[in-house]
Design a protein around this ligand. Structure first.
Ligand code: EPZ
Length: 422
């Protein structure tokens, strides 16, 4: 297994281009199942999760061509040969559950493996299933699979989520586009990835209102047609790289960055003493003073502070002036990076969903281990400012959500290299 070695090297400067969003692309790709006409995605990120979704769609009989060095995905599911999403693929990536709604809406049948557990939490899919039942689906959980039927097709209905779920909103939204009649989704997720999905579905002929609010209304149509759609900027990659100059000093411009994608995050950076400026090309980030201030953070659904930036923020706050309290409200086990940061000299106290971080002057390089996608990049961020070298192992986690991370960081002056595994 490859590892990444990063050595603290002082202030960073230059530009980093931000790619298309993994979490938008992973819901846009299954939308191809809703039509027998081609769907083309541009500005697609080059990530292992995208390759996994490509393999899943291909296993159903869809064609997915990766063009222009992987930035364009030309997809067609004219002739599906299977309606079964196999455990062997689904276990690699939970987002595979997002083929369930589209397949059911298209052909009235689907067999999808349950995703199983995950490092950051139990992550059940009960809300996805309740939503499809509200549209008339008949579900049977058997042998680790969801066997779903909709004889006569799905029917519009009212879906009331007890709390916000990004994935369940996406599955319900896609399914509702071909359901007969009107569907109302209440307590819907408002993430930019949901808005991007709705924009794409509308280009395919869907009738949708209210995306980006907590109530989405869909008028079902008989069929959807083809379209071409650019994947929205990755706000989590953006937020991650905004922390480079915040942690190390210097100034970095994030090309393609937009403030409204990371509003709550920018407010916290501002509180900590970090300046974010809009340029014509994106966002420019630098510290106001040499040191940053401690801040308290609570993760929430969008437009609140994103849980996918919590680990990275902890790496920043490890060397802040004072004590910061981080509350993780979305996932029950998302502090796996804390013990690794403590190996680098951080002072962190974790109790349940609360981590108390007492800032230290400087971290020290050490061998550390990545446990999940966002934890892995938080260790790299910490290593950028640490004394000496940090070796991060199990970086396959990183490949799931960050394209060309070593090249992008080298481009702004970081001392970082990838070392192939034995
Ligand atoms: C999406 O996951 C993202 N993944 C996650 O990003 C992100 O952390 C999460 O939304 C929250 O923003 C993708 O888009 C592929 P949820 P998702 O359904 O849809 C519980 C990353 O690092 N829940 O909003 O799975 C669930 O356990 C990843 O890129 C149920 O109980 O998240 C969690 O506690 C990690 N039952 C909470 O709701 C359900 O049926 C929010 O989950 C569904 C969810």
């Amino acid at each position: 297994m490859d590892s990444i070695i990063v050595t603290g090297n002082g202030p960073l400067s230059g530009q980093i281009p931000i790619a298309g969003a993994k979490n938008a692309c992973l819901t846009l790709m299954p939308a191809t199942l809703l039509s027998d006409e081609p769907l083309t995605l541009t500005n697609a990120p080059r990530l292992s999760d995208i390759r996994t979704m490509t393999a899943l769609l291909a296993s159903l009989g869809a064609e997915v061509s990766s063009l222009q060095d992987g930035k364009v995905l030309a997809m067609s599911s004219h002739d599906l040969t299977s309606h079964k999403a196999d455990y062997d693929i689904v276990r690699k990536m939970r987002a595979s559950i997002l083929v369930l709604g589209p397949m059911l809406a298209r052909d009235g049948q689907a067999v999808v493996s349950l995703p199983g557990g995950c490092a950051i939490g139990a992550r059940p899919v009960d809300l996805h299933l309740r939503a499809l039942e509200a549209l008339g689906a008949e579900l049977d959980l058997r042998d680790g699979y969801v066997h779903a039927k909709a004889p006569g097709g799905l029917k519009g209905g009212v879906i009331e989520f007890p709390f916000v779920s990004v994935g369940a909103t996406e599955n319900a939204l896609m399914a509702a586009t071909l359901a007969k009649g009107t569907t109302v989704i209440r307590s819907a997720a408002k993430e930019p990835e949901i808005v991007d999905l709705a924009l794409c579905l509308r280009k395919m002929g869907a009738q949708i209102e209210g995306e980006g609010t907590d109530t989405i209304t869909v008028q079902g149509v008989d069929r959807l047609h083809g379209a071409t759609h650019p994947v929205v900027t990755d706000r989590i990659e953006l937020g991650t790289y905004m922390l480079d100059p915040s942690i190390c000093g210097g100034e970095v411009e994030l090309l393609g960055g937009k403030r409204d994608l990371v509003g709550a995050f920018c407010n916290k950076l501002d509180e900590a003493g970090i300046e974010v400026t809009e340029t014509g090309r994106g966002l420019s980030v630098k510290r106001r003073e040499d040191h940053i201030k401690a801040v308290d953070v609570t993760t929430e659904p969008f437009p609140g502070f994103p849980t996918d930036l919590q680990a990275q923020m902890m790496a920043l706050l490890a060397t802040a002036d004072g004590v910061s309290v981080l509350e993780e409200k979305i996932f029950e086990n998302r502090f796996m990076h804390a013990p690794e940061l403590m190996r680098m000299g951080a002072k962190i106290d974790v109790h349940g969903g609360t981590a108390t971080v007492t800032g230290v002057d400087r971290l020290k390089g050490a061998p550390v281990m990545a446990t999940d996608l966002r934890a892995s990049v938080s260790l790299i961020l910490a290593g950028l400012a640490a004394e000496g070298a940090t070796t991060v192992s199990r970086v396959y986690h990183l490949d799931r959500g960050y394209e060309h991370v070593v090249r992008k960081l080298q481009g702004v002056g970081a001392l970082i290299e990838r070392v192939p595994g034995a």
